[in-house]
Design a binder for this molecule. Structure first.
Ligand SMILES: [Zn+2]
Length: 62
């Protein structure tokens, strides 16, 4: 194999809380799809190239 090794993204489950309505849910930190709040339909996690962008309060790392 050639080239520098790319560190693997650490993937894990997070417990997050919607800033808008306060509903909690568990999400995968490396999600490659949008995750919406089940309470208010706000987008909580946006997919990105390396790591999902979380637009909610992270309560716990599971
Ligand atoms: Zn919500």
């Amino acid at each position: 194999m050639a080239g520098p090794s790319i560190p693997k993204t650490r993937t894990r489950f997070l417990e997050i809380k919607c800033i808008k309505c306060g509903k909690e849910r568990k999400v995968f930190s490396a999600s490659n799809r949008e995750i919406k709040c089940k309470g208010c339909d706000e987008v909580l996690v946006y997919p990105s190239a390396s790591r999902a962008a979380i637009q909610a309060k992270v309560i716990k790392v599971l």
